[in-house]
Design a protein around this ligand. Structure first.
Ligand code: ADP
Length: 300
């Protein structure tokens, strides 16, 4: 089947995650993570752990000799949406794929630098890449429901993969569909194929699938570029709601979208991070002339 690696991007409960992503011995003691109740609530998402901080430090990425990301330093702040903008081919997707280590799946591709999730370097030696992908969910430009699965099973897939007790799965699937703004549209037809949904619904199904396993970070790579304006608006509204639960980075070529959804905007050009700042400032009074030229449509 035509699965993306992230089709199994699922997230352990946070106590498992912190134990499964090894911490370097020399790392300073981590800030205490929020404690999870010993009882799993009916709606698991209501208990979603606090968002986490991602920090890229001198991140480089290559495809063979093509140096696609050149020494990027950038943070994705908890509780905020960070938009990554820039002309096609400037390295936006490559950069976010480094965060959950999908970049390294491409033959000939490699990266260097640090990607810190709070105090843990996700690229560090001994870090479990499966745990990374469980903790850092991803949504793609083209919705990619598991083609043979029902709506319910698409969302349940990650929960089953991580061994969630059977009696919790239904509540958690329903909660994820609710959180993804899809529940009202699919209630009563959960056994129908995921592929029977519209494009916008399929994208929200993929968001529900990612949320079901309670990621700390959600990477969205052009999540609306295949959608019509109404479906786009729904996803944008959803992003605004979800940012309190999960740290979000959105790659977009659509500057209006960045203006609508993002608290922080980062502008990339030719693999470099030119400038990052509050979205309003980036669009009205950026520091760098290249940012100004890009956001005013002079190139790109
Ligand atoms: P953006 O997301 O800003 O459009 P990308 O990250 O997709 O940019 O691409 C950055 C550079 O990496 C481009 O030169 C592109 O051709 C190259 N690239 C992207 N994906 C691949 C790949 N799978 N194999 C080889 N080169 C790639």
């Amino acid at each position: 089947m035509d699965y993306e690696p992230s089709d199994v991007t699922v997230v352990d409960r946070k106590d498992e995650i912190t134990s499964r992503i090894p911490r370097p011995a020399e790392a300073p003691a981590p800030a205490s993570p929020p404690q999870q109740s010993s009882e799993t609530p009916a709606s698991g998402l209501e208990q979603m752990h606090a968002t986490r901080h991602i920090r890229l430090e001198d991140l480089h990425a290559y495809y063979g000799s093509n140096h696609a990301v050149k020494g990027v330093n950038l943070s994705f702040e908890p509780g905020k949406v960070t938009a990554i903008i820039g002309p096609s081919g400037c390295g936006k997707s490559t950069m976010v794929r480094c965060v959950n280590r999908m970049h390294e799946e491409i033959p000939g591709a490699r990266s260097q630098g640090r990607v810190l999730l709070d105090d843990v370097d996700l690229h560090g030696p001994g870090v479990d890449v499966v745990a990374v992908r469980r903790f850092v969910g991803m949504v793609f430009q083209k919705a990619n429901p598991f083609p043979t699965m029902s709506i319910f099973d698409n969302v349940a897939a990650g929960l089953r993969f991580t061994g969630t007790p059977r009696d919790e799965i239904t509540d958690r699937v329903n909660a994820a569909l609710e959180a993804a703004g899809l529940w009202d549209e699919v209630e009563g037809r959960l056994s129908e194929p995921g592929m029977s949904l519209s494009g916008g619904q399929q994208q929200r199904l993929c968001i529900a699938r990612a949320l079901a396993v309670e990621p700390a970070v959600l990477l969205m790579d052009e999540p609306c570029s295949a959608l019509d304006p109404v479906a786009t608006l729904k996803i944008e509204e959803l992003i605004g709601q979800l940012k309190q639960r999960v740290t979000i980075a959105v790659v977009t070529h659509n500057m209006q979208q960045a203006g609508r959804v993002a608290d922080t905007t980062a502008f990339m050009l030719s693999g470099e991070l030119v400038e990052v700042g509050p979205t309003e400032k980036m669009f009205t009074n950026p520091d760098d002339e290249r940012t100004e030229q890009y956001v005013t449509g002079k190139f790109g």
